[in-house]
Write a protein that binds this ligand. Structure first.
Ligand code: NAP
Length: 487
C-alpha cells in the first residue's frame, strides 16, 4: 500500500453506503469519506415518500444486524419510520462529519500511481482513495412512461419517487399508473382515505396475503431489554424458513415451495375478491413471483371500495383533463401519479468509471451489467459494489444481502492491505465463468418464466442471483481468492 492509512470513498449515503461506512470505521479505518449527491442520507427511503409507503419486509429483519431497533411501531414499518431509523443510526455512529452532501460524483478514474482512484464531483472537487465502495442503489432513476399525451396533461403529475407534498389530495380525483409494489401501496392508502382513485394496471399482480399488526408498548419494552426478543422475530424460523423456501422455489419453478407460493396467492384472489368481474380483471396470466411479489394485507379490500376504480384495458391517451382508456372510457383527473418504476439497469451510472488498461464501466457493461459474485469487475481493482448487478433480489431484506456482501468485501480489502498490494479485482475468466453459470440458471428461475419486470436485463434474462439463499450465504462467507488478480 502506498499510504499508511488506506483511504476509502463510498459512493452514496443510502442503506448500503451507511453500512460500509460504519463497518469500515468499526474495523479501525479512519480515512473514510462518503459522497452523497443529495442533501440528506437515506437513498430510496429519502426519495420515496408517497402515501402508503411501507417496507414489506418485517421491520426487525429490515434492520442492521449491529443496530437493532426496539421502537419499530409494527411488524411492517411505514416508510418515514425506516428513514428515521437510518437517520438515527447515522447519528448514533457519528457519521455526519464524514458525509459530503450535495456532492455528486461524476467520474472515478484508476491511475497507475499511488492513490489508485481519483474521484471528481460535479462541482469540481477532487479526492483520492485506495478503495471505492459503490453503494449507489438499484431503483434510483425514475422511469417516465412513454404514453401519448402525457406532456399535455393540464393537472398535476409526478413520479411516485418525486412526491410533491405541497399538493393537497383530499377532494381530488387521482389517476395512478402502474401497479408494482409502489402503485399497490399508493392506491391502497388513497382508497382507505376515501380519495377517488382510478388505477391503471397494465398487468395485474399476484398478491401474497400478509398480516400487519402494531407492537404494544409492553412488547417494545421487552425489545428494549432483550436482544433475544428482537432476534426471535428477525430470525423467526417461520419468517426465515419462508425466505429459504421462497428462494428455493424461485430457482426451481416446479418445486413444492413454488406451488405453495402460487397456492397462497391464488387462494387470496379467489377468497378475498368477491365480485367475479373484478376478480378476473385482477387475475394475472403469468406465474406468481415472476414479477416481484406484492405483499399486502389490504389491497384487495381497498380494490373493492367504491372510490377505487381499476382499469385494465390499457391507456389510450392522456388528455388535458384526464385519461382515455382503450375501451373509450374517459376518466377526468386532477392529478396523475406515475408509479411506473425505475431504470433498474443504471446501477453505478451515470458516473463515468475508468479502470485499468483503458477499461470503462460503460464498455464493460455494454452487453449487460454484471460483476463477479455481484461485487468485483475485472480491471476495476479495489472497486467493490454493494447490491450491484446480479445481487439477490426478491421479497427479503436487502440489508441482510448487503451485510453478507460486506463480509466478502472486507476480506478482499484485508487481502490487499495485509498483502501490501495495490489492488484486487476479479479476473476476466472468473467473471466469464460466473456469468455463464449464472445466466443459464437465471433463465430457469421463475423470474424468467414469461413476464415483464425490472428483474430482466435488455435481453430478457433475469439480472439476479439465480441460486437460493443458502448458496448466497455460503458464497459470501469466504472469497475464492483464485478468482482474483492481485496487483
Ligand atoms: P415496478 O415494480 O417496476 O412497477 C412499475 C409498474 O408500472 C408496473 O405495473 C408496470 O406495468 C407499469 N408501467 C410501466 N410503464 C408503463 C406504461 N408505459 N404504461 C402503463 N403501465 C406502465 O415499480 P415499483 O412499483 O416502483 O416497484 C419497484 C420495486 O421497488 C419493487 O419491485 C420493490 O423491489 C421496490 N419497492 C419495495 C417496496 C417495499 O415495500 N419493500 C415498496 C415499493 C417498492 P407492467 O407490469 O405491465 O410492466
Amino acid at each position: 500500500m502506498s499510504q499508511p492509512q488506506p483511504r476509502f470513498i463510498i459512493l452514496g449515503a443510502g442503506m448500503s453506503g451507511i453500512l460500509a461506512a460504519i463497518k469500515l470505521r468499526t474495523a479501525g479505518h479512519t480515512a473514510v469519506s462518503v459522497y452523497e449527491k443529495a442533501d440528506r442520507i437515506g437513498g430510496t427511503w429519502r426519495d420515496n415518500s408517497y402515501p402508503g409507503l411501507s417496507c414489506d419486509v418485517p421491520a426487525h429483519a429490515y434492520t442492521y444486524e449491529f443496530a437493532p431497533n426496539p421502537e419499530w411501531s409494527g411488524y411492517y414499518a411505514p416508510g418515514p419510520e425506516v428513514q428515521a431509523y437510518f437517520e438515527k443510526v447515522v447519528a448514533d455512529h457519528d457519521l455526519m462529519p464524514i458525509i459530503n452532501f450535495n456532492a455528486e460524483i461524476i467520474r472515478c478514474t484508476w491511475r497507475d500511481t499511488p492513490g489508485n482512484w481519483q474521484i471528481e464531483t460535479r462541482d469540481g472537487r477532487i479526492a483520492e482513495a485506495e478503495f471505492i465502495i459503490a453503494a449507489t442503489g438499484v431503483l434510483h432513476h425514475p422511469k417516465t412512461p412513454d404514453i401519448a399525451g402525457l406532456d399535455d396533461f393540464a393537472g398535476v403529475k409526478f413520479h411516485s419517487a418525486r412526491w410533491d407534498h405541497s399538493v393537497p389530495l383530499e377532494g381530488k380525483k387521482i389517476g395512478v399508473i402502474g401497479n408494482g409494489s409502489t402503485g399497490v401501496q399508493l392506491v391502497t392508502a388513497l382508497a382507505k382515505r376515501g380519495i377517488e382513485v382510478v388505477h391503471f394496471q397494465r398487468s395485474p399482480q399476484w398478491i401474497m396475503p400478509v398480516v400487519q399488526f402494531a407492537y404494544t408498548e409492553a412488547e417494545k419494552a421487552v425489545f428494549r431489554q432483550s436482544r433475544e426478543a428482537i432476534d426471535a422475530i428477525r430470525y423467526d424460523p417461520v419468517y426465515f424458513g419462508n425466505i429459504q423456501r421462497f428462494t428455493k422455489g424461485v430457482v426451481d419453478t416446479e418445486s413444492p415451495m413454488m406451488k405453495e407460493i402460487e397456492g397462497y396467492c391464488l387462494m387470496n384472489l379467489e377468497q378475498n375478491v368477491r365480485d367475479p368481474v373484478l376478480r378476473e380483471k385482477l387475475r394475472p396470466t403469468y406465474r406468481a413471483a415472476c414479477k416481484r411479489l406484492i405483499y399486502s394485507p389490504d389491497y384487495y379490500e381497498a380494490a373493492q371500495r367504491p372510490n377505487l376504480l381499476t382499469i385494465t384495458c390499457g391507456i389510450d391517451t392522456v388528455l388535458p383533463g384526464g385519461i382515455r382508456d382503450k375501451d373509450g372510457g374517459v376518466h377526468d383527473l386532477d392529478l396523475i401519479a406515475l408509479c411506473t418504476g425505475f431504470h433498474s439497469d443504471r446501477f453505478v451510472r451515470p458516473i463515468s468509471v475508468e479502470g485499468r488498461r483503458g477499461a470503462t464501466l460503460e464498455a464493460a457493461w455494454k452487453e449487460r451489467c454484471n460483476g463477479y459474485y455481484a461485487i468485483s469487475i475485472p480491471d476495476f481493482p479495489n472497486f467493490f459494489m454493494l447490491n450491484g448487478p446480479t445481487s439477490p433480489v426478491g421479497n427479503f431484506s436487502l440489508i441482510d444481502i448487503a451485510e453478507r456482501q460486506w463480509s466478502y468485501i472486507e476480506q478482499l480489502v484485508a487481502r490487499v492491505i495485509d498483502g501490501n498490494a495495490r489492488g484486487i479485482a476479479a479476473t476476466t475468466a472468473a467473471l466469464a465463468d460466473y456469468e455463464s453459470r449464472r445466466i443459464t440458471a437465471a433463465k430457469a428461475t421463475i423470474f424468467g418464466s414469461g413476464c415483464t419486470s425490472w428483474y430482466l436485463d435488455a435481453h430478457g434474462v433475469p439480472i439476479t442471483w439465480p441460486w437460493d439463499y443458502d448458496t448466497f450465504a455460503e458464497a459470501m462467507a469466504t472469497p475464492e481468492f483464485e478468482a482474483f488478480e492481485v496487483i
